[in-house]
Design a protein around this ligand. Structure first.
Ligand code: ADP
Ligand code: MG
Length: 670
């Protein structure tokens, strides 16, 4: 059901608020799960501990004193509860002044010790009448909990009946799982903690079953068990290339390269995930492997997410391999028609051995003479469909995916199943860890001198913002405003702006300017995550840093650790929340991508880090790849059972739904 469906009865204002939370249908609304529950703590005051969230009923004793401090109302009064006097303070509720001596109220707040409570709310309802469990949804500033809660209630009345329960009966029975509608009702209106537990059991299992079914489909799609002619490369030439590099490969790079070379000479098509932190040298490894494939008589392709990156890769391939006589070409949509025709012709005749390109490489008009190896660069959204296209273009193509999303090795192996994993766990030596500074205000004036130093030494600066333009309800800094401010502040430098709503040719042009140092400051939303390699950029300022995932911040700062110069990253935040500051401090204190990912998972759950957006893994919202190993293993086994018995009427609806979803979202593993 669309959000504007009359049966839902949502006002345009509410619809807009929901859309800004990424909710666009009644189904999305019903699966917008609470981020936590507030559980009424009605325990006896004598058992309260400091910082506990507590609720108690009592009578107002005496009068309410209200004063104003920096424009904020502060009200203080006493409540008599079971013969005990509790001192209550409440902020920003000037109307608390009208509470009467003797009035019966229920207060919820945080216990401060010594019989003092800072109230979050109070009501004239008795304790009995209160919801014992209140779901709390994650919202943006300016959107009320009530908006989400009421909208969900409306969706439950109008749209819950439309939700199909596709989970095979066999598994529902075997694990005594509640129905889908019950699960959704329990999530949003639990009467007890047991309700929540039952709902979570059912929904997590379903998520994992979808997840592993999608993985199984992907595997069967890749064509396991197909025979491939081994690629006979020349080890002495590979050795010569390695010797000619201006640096020595790290142990991790050598191991990864050996894994790949073994795959090339095996009789099974390679399906390998190469993972490692930004800057650990994955592209270098891929380039050498491409040379090996070319030596064996095949063409090798490197896919890049943007034109600038494609050109960047072209340049490094030419530097590394040019003197060995390979024919290297590049293909992207920005080429002139004449250039394109020319390249297409060389690819088709086989003259081109190594080809770098964007998605253009996957288009119909690109015919390869003998494609045998494909490497996809990090962040390349690489769906089932694209893979099929490539397989059809190649002859038993070997396939290498490079990813900077740090997933622990054992976990990656279990997620990707048949996909083999190589991990590069150390950075090249001499690389200085980025100096990361947490600035506890949303302004860099306290570090302005450092920034000026950096610029006057000829270095370049990234400035990252969470939003493009000012939004009324969020106080965060917008790229457009920041650009204006910086242009006045740094008159001697050129400030460029890059954001996701620009056309791709506009984006390419801005990236080129920064790449060629025509612009010294690049203000950008997170599009720069995508592999920009500007060695001269050594500083990065990130506004509203608490709004980003830790792994995302880690990848962002990896951009200023490209050469031997010391890189600096200033994390700006106006947040006063302890958990937010604790999270950001993880980045100040460690540079280990795997550890950061683990912390991210601990503090935010898997949705963000392994969310569809970043890793392309389908919909794990509740399930955690770290904590739910039991249900995960069961679901994996059941997914295999379904695939092996895929004509079973009990399984068909579920399998069809997963298939449809993967096709729709171009499910990617990047
Ligand atoms: P990734 O793709 O993993 O982000 P790249 O392959 O782009 O990393 O390498 C990042 C930079 O480090 C490049 O400039 C590359 O030349 C350099 N580099 C790669 N491997 C080494 C090494 N072993 N020693 C020194 N520098 C290296
Ligand atoms: Mg790279």
């Amino acid at each position: 059901m669309e959000l504007n469906d009359r049966r839902l009865g949502l006002t345009p204002k509410r619809i807009e608020a929901l859309r800004s939370l990424g909710i666009s249908s009644s189904e999305a609304l019903l699966t917008y799960y609470p981020s936590r529950y507030d559980i009424l703590n009605c325990s006896d005051p004598s058992s309260w501990k400091e910082k506990d969230r507590v609720s108690f009923e009592g009578t107002v004793a005496g009068r309410v004193f209200t004063s104003y401090f920096k424009g904020r109302a502060v009200s203080r009064f006493q409540v008599l509860s079971n013969d005990m006097v509790i001192a209550v303070t409440i902020f920003n509720r000037p109307w608390a002044r009208s509470l009467k001596d003797g009035e019966v109220i229920t207060v919820t707040g945080i216990y401060q010790g010594k019989r003092r409570v800072t109230a979050i709310s109070y009501t004239s309802k008795s304790m009995e009448e209160q919801d014992r469990i209140t779901p709390v949804y994650s919202v943006k500033a300016g959107i009320q909990q009530r908006t989400v809660r009421d909208s969900i209630r409306k969706a439950m009345d109008a749209a819950l009946a439309e939700i199909d329960d596709l989970l095979p009966i066999r598994f529902q029975r075997a694990y005594r799982l509640c129905s889908k509608t019950d699960a959704l009702r329990f999530m949003h209106e639990p009467k007890s903690e047991e309700d929540i537990r039952q709902a979570m059991r059912r929904l997590k299992y379903e998520e994992f079953l979808q997840f592993f079914t999608a993985m199984e489909l992907l595997k069967s799609d890749h064509g396991q068990g197909i025979y491939k002619a081994p690629k006979a490369y020349d080890p002495s030439r590979i050795e010569a290339i390695i010797q000619s590099l201006s640096f020595e490969l790290t142990a991790g790079q050598k191991d990864a390269l050996n894994d790949i070379l073994k795959d090339l000479s095996s009789t099974t098509p390679m399906m390998r995930l190469l993972q490692g932190d930004v800057g650990c040298g994955k592209t270098v490894v891929a380039a050498i492997a491409m040379a090996a494939a070319a030596d064996a008589g095949y063409q090798a392709a490197l896919l890049a997410p943007t034109e600038v990156l494609a050109r960047q890769h072209l340049e490094s391939l030419r530097t590394m391999l040019g003197s060995f006589g390979y024919t290297i070409d590049v293909l992207y949509s920005g080429l002139s028609n004449v250039e394109k025709e020319d390249v297409l012709h060389r690819i088709a005749t086989g003259e081109t051995q190594l080809i770098v390109g964007t998605h253009s490489l996957l288009q119909e008009n690109v015919e390869f003479a003998r494609l045998g190896f494909v490497a996809a660069d990090e962040q390349q959204r690489f769906g089932v469909n694209q893979r099929k296209v490539l397989r059809e273009k190649g002859v038993q193509t070997d396939f290498l995916l490079m990813s900077a999303t740090p997933i622990p090795r054992t976990l990656a192996a279990s997620i990707f199943g048949e996909m083999n994993v190589s991990a590069i766990e150390t950075l090249p030596s001499g690389r200085k860890p980025v100096t990361t500074v947490l600035v506890k205000e949303n302004s860099f004036r306290s570090v302005l001198d450092d920034v000026l130093d950096l610029l006057s030494n000829g270095h370049q600066l990234y400035v990252i913002t969470a939003a493009i333009e000012k939004q009324e309800e969020t106080p965060s800094r917008a790229a457009e405003d920041v650009v204006k401010a910086l242009r006045t502040l740094f008159k001697n430098y050129t400030v460029a702006l890059l954001h996701g709503r620009m056309s791709s040719s506009e984006k390419e042009e801005v990236m080129r300017q920064f790449y060629d140092n025509e612009a010294q400051i690049l203000v950008s939303t997170t599009v720069v995550e995508v592999g920009m390699n500007v060695v001269n950029a050594t500083g990065m300022i990130i506004y509203d840093s608490e709004r980003f995932g830790l792994s995302q911040l880690h990848q962002l700062r990896g951009r200023v650790q490209r050469g031997s110069e010391q890189g600096y990253c200033w994390l700006l935040t106006g947040s006063k929340e302890e958990t937010a500051l604790e999270r950001l401090n993880v980045l100040v204190n460690t540079t280990d991508g795997f550890q950061i990912a683990a912390e991210d998972l601990r503090l935010r759950g898997p949705g963000d880090i392994l969310g569809t957006r970043q890793s392309g893994l389908p919909g794990l919202v509740l399930g955690s790849l770290y904590d739910d190993t039991a249900v995960m293993n069961t679901a994996r086994k059941d997914a295999v059972t379904m695939m092996e018995d895929s004509l079973n009427p009990d399984f068909i609806p579920f399998l069809d739904a997963v298939r449809e979803r993967s096709a729709e979202h171009g499910m990617a593993v990047d």
